[in-house]
Design a protein around this ligand. Sequence first.
Ligand SMILES: *[C@@H]1O[C@H](CO)[C@@H](O)[C@H](O)[C@H]1NC(C)=O
Ligand SMILES: *[C@@H]1O[C@H](CO)[C@@H](O)[C@H](O)[C@H]1NC(C)=O
Ligand SMILES: *[C@@H]1O[C@H](CO)[C@@H](O)[C@H](O)[C@H]1NC(C)=O
Ligand SMILES: *[C@@H]1O[C@H](CO)[C@@H](O)[C@H](O)[C@H]1NC(C)=O
Ligand SMILES: *[C@@H]1O[C@H](CO)[C@@H](O)[C@H](O)[C@H]1NC(C)=O
Ligand SMILES: *[C@@H]1O[C@H](CO)[C@@H](O)[C@H](O)[C@H]1NC(C)=O
Ligand SMILES: *[C@@H]1O[C@H](CO)[C@@H](O)[C@H](O)[C@H]1NC(C)=O
Ligand SMILES: *[C@@H]1O[C@H](CO)[C@@H](O)[C@H](O)[C@H]1NC(C)=O
Ligand SMILES: *[C@@H]1O[C@H](CO)[C@@H](O)[C@H](O)[C@H]1NC(C)=O
Ligand SMILES: *[C@@H]1O[C@H](CO)[C@@H](O)[C@H](O)[C@H]1NC(C)=O
Ligand SMILES: *[C@@H]1O[C@H](CO)[C@@H](O)[C@H](O)[C@H]1NC(C)=O
Ligand SMILES: *[C@@H]1O[C@H](CO)[C@@H](O)[C@H](O)[C@H]1NC(C)=O
Length: 425
Amino acid sequence: MFPALIIPLLLVKFQTTQEQASNDAGAVSQPELWSKSTFAAAGQNVTLSCFTANGGLPITYELFKMDTIQKTVVVRERNGTAKFTVLVKNITDVGEYKCTAQNNFTTAKQYSKGLNLSLAEQVSKPKLYSNTSSAAVGHNVTLFCVADSGSLPINYSFFRGETFLSLLTRNDRLPATLTINLNSTSDLWMHKCKAENMLSDLQQYSASFNFTLEEPVSKPKLYSNTSSTAVGHNVTLFCVADSGSLPINYSFFRGETFLSLQTRNDRLPATLTINLNSPSCLWIHKCKAENMLSGLQQYSASFNFTLEVKDPSSMWLVICPVIVTVILLLIFILAFPLFILPRCKARKNNTSTVGNTASAKKSSALPASDESNYDAGPTVEEQRESTAQQGEVEYTTVFITNGNKVMERNDSEVQYSEILVRKSN
Ligand SMILES: *[C@@H]1O[C@H](CO)[C@@H](O)[C@H](O)[C@H]1NC(C)=O
Ligand SMILES: *[C@@H]1O[C@H](CO)[C@@H](O)[C@H](O)[C@H]1NC(C)=O
Ligand SMILES: *[C@@H]1O[C@H](CO)[C@@H](O)[C@H](O)[C@H]1NC(C)=O
Ligand SMILES: *[C@@H]1O[C@H](CO)[C@@H](O)[C@H](O)[C@H]1NC(C)=O
Ligand SMILES: *[C@@H]1O[C@H](CO)[C@@H](O)[C@H](O)[C@H]1NC(C)=O
Ligand SMILES: *[C@@H]1O[C@H](CO)[C@@H](O)[C@H](O)[C@H]1NC(C)=O
Ligand SMILES: *[C@@H]1O[C@H](CO)[C@@H](O)[C@H](O)[C@H]1NC(C)=O
Ligand SMILES: *[C@@H]1O[C@H](CO)[C@@H](O)[C@H](O)[C@H]1NC(C)=O
Ligand SMILES: *[C@@H]1O[C@H](CO)[C@@H](O)[C@H](O)[C@H]1NC(C)=O
Ligand SMILES: *[C@@H]1O[C@H](CO)[C@@H](O)[C@H](O)[C@H]1NC(C)=O
Ligand SMILES: *[C@@H]1O[C@H](CO)[C@@H](O)[C@H](O)[C@H]1NC(C)=O
Ligand SMILES: *[C@@H]1O[C@H](CO)[C@@H](O)[C@H](O)[C@H]1NC(C)=O
């Protein structure tokens, strides 16, 4: 049991003497210089750390830049690290830094490896925005985040509340984009983004961005600065919907005719100035309001201007209906002989054809040469036929030769309404 106690004690004694030999009384080894970041923004304090693992205390550390001593730190604690704070004012304060370590057991200073400090520009506070200010659940929306200044590359991180959504690295000045599908109303609010470059101590957060829940447009009101007017005057129509997500598209109509489309991103009315150059311009104006919530359109009530009769310039407004009536009358008069009359005539012709065949039968006794006389003209024929239809009319041929009257018929009491005299050789 006795020898067993002695052996561990000897071992401990040996170990402590070894440590003291390397750390407390020895020469310093090559120190190491490091920094959290090798980039600094102008005006920023940068902490450079220098440490040597070996060497008896105290150890004197020095910071050099381009062989010029900057600062000195004496470390008296075991494993103590020398910390140099460098205020980087401008480009002259960056470049290659080195540190040295020295103690009483060392004849020559030990130099660290070089550490290159570079100047970088801090990112500016990023802007977070979207091309759609309002959105409905189920829609896809795009968020844009961009910092106007700051050394590249810039890392952009998107958050909703405290929840990290996405990280994008951009090596240019274009915004980082994130498309999100809005699954619920809670997805609409508290978006934020962070911009960060190599100066990670100097990261910046955007303001919060909320989408507004898309609201359907209300029925718009249509009105004018004047309700009574005269032809030739300029009037302004206003159309506005009191509620509904912006932007709102307003369309103006006269009757079914589209007049104008305007987009408003505020609650002010859309305006349309029209010149009432004809009386027909006065009636039935309407407007339509529509926002991004597709499929929902609202029409205003109709709006009519009333005519200002006092105004002499509107005199022709009164005359106008008269002119229109006269023109209509003229059209009717012109259309009567051109259109209505030929139709009546066509009907008459049809009935006279029937009469012709009847008379042809009656005068079948006539010689063929004589019959041609009756066909002398259609007008004569017609008149004869119309009378033939009304009374008992017969045709007969009277031959007069050398003053003697020869009748082919025996009836002496026949009245002839028309006598055709032909001189035969
Ligand atoms: C930098 O450090 C010095 C002292 O170490 C301090 O006076 C100064 O305010 C610091 N500057 C900045 C920007 O932190
Ligand atoms: C000093 O550092 C060395 C290694 O870095 C470590 O082993 C030792 O325990 C440290 N000593 C003290 C007193 O902190
Ligand atoms: C850097 O700042 C120092 C003073 O802090 C000034 O003397 C020097 O001209 C500046 N150098 C440049 C390049 O701006
Ligand atoms: C050791 O160095 C310190 C300064 O770092 C000095 O004051 C001291 O006298 C030196 N001791 C010996 C024994 O050289
Ligand atoms: C630091 O930069 C200088 C010149 O810009 C270069 O010669 C040197 O090798 C660099 N040192 C390190 C450690 O990168
Ligand atoms: C918004 O921007 C994204 C990406 O550029 C595009 O895909 C989307 O169509 C845009 N939306 C609107 C409403 O402009
Ligand atoms: C939203 O985007 C996803 C893909 O990212 C697509 O599958 C979906 O159809 C989109 N929804 C709408 C409403 O555009
Ligand atoms: C919406 O749900 C889909 C899966 O259903 C998910 O991939 C997406 O990230 C969700 N969007 C948001 C904004 O939470
Ligand atoms: C930027 O993000 C990338 C990963 O995408 C990462 O490797 C890099 O360290 C980040 N840079 C900074 C400055 O945070
Ligand atoms: C976004 O909404 C939250 C509450 O939901 C509010 O605290 C914050 O101020 C809103 N941000 C903006 C820019 O309106
Ligand atoms: C109506 O407006 C047009 C231009 O919009 C102008 O040329 C015209 O003179 C105006 N007429 C009246 C009566 O103000
Ligand atoms: C405008 O005139 C049309 C027809 O002329 C009529 O149907 C409508 O009711 C009128 N509107 C108003 C508001 O007077």
